[in-house]
Ligand binder design. Sequence first.
Ligand code: C5P
Length: 228
Amino acid sequence: MSDKSPLILAVDTKEIDRAKELISATRESVSIFKLGLEFFLAHGPKGVRDLKEAVGDFDLFLDLKLHDIPNTVASACKSVRDLKPRFLTVHASGGGEMIAAAAQELPETSITAVTVLTSLDTAALNALGMNAEIENLCSEMARNATSHGARSIVSSPQEVKMLRATLPSHIELITPGVRPSGSLSHDQKRVMTPHEAIVAGANYVVIGRPITGAANPAQAAREIVASL
Ligand code: C5P
């Protein structure tokens, strides 16, 4: 499917009916929908199939953030193959072999490596024995992931410019942590507007609550797309 916009909607709910409502309401301006652990652990692959059957096919960003030994990750990938996810997330910290195993198992899917979680700051990383600067860590993780078959990277908007300058141009950059100007930042820190993130080099922005929590999600999505 061709993209209607660079906006990916985070459908963060475990209620199937709510997910249907959100997708139906916003699909005139959004063509990629992110379903994560909350939905997937509650409903599994069948829930995703039921959703697609109810609202019509859509491009799926399956945010499972896999992180395990290569053999287990490959088997997990096999379990979701028939959902044909366009994007599937794995943790870059799982290492190159793990990422290669996922990419080999799902050649049609853009394996998306999550670099440093935006919830971790320098102190939290130091507590784990990781003493590198966040930007360096993110850069090394992204380089390693893409050289092992990841075709897209999730990072905070702060790292997008550096990643765009250092990674091959075919690697797609996806960033959450964006907020339209004037809207609440919720628990997201160091936010950028969607427009700023795209100017910095992001291919896609992932947005949830500013749309899912709006009185009129269709209008909120339209306004964000218009701002890009
Ligand atoms: O509601 P909000 O716009 O903050 O949603 C952002 C989405 O992106 C959520 O699904 C969240 O889990 C996800 N995400 C994030 N930060 C990361 C990785 C994923 O906010 N580093």
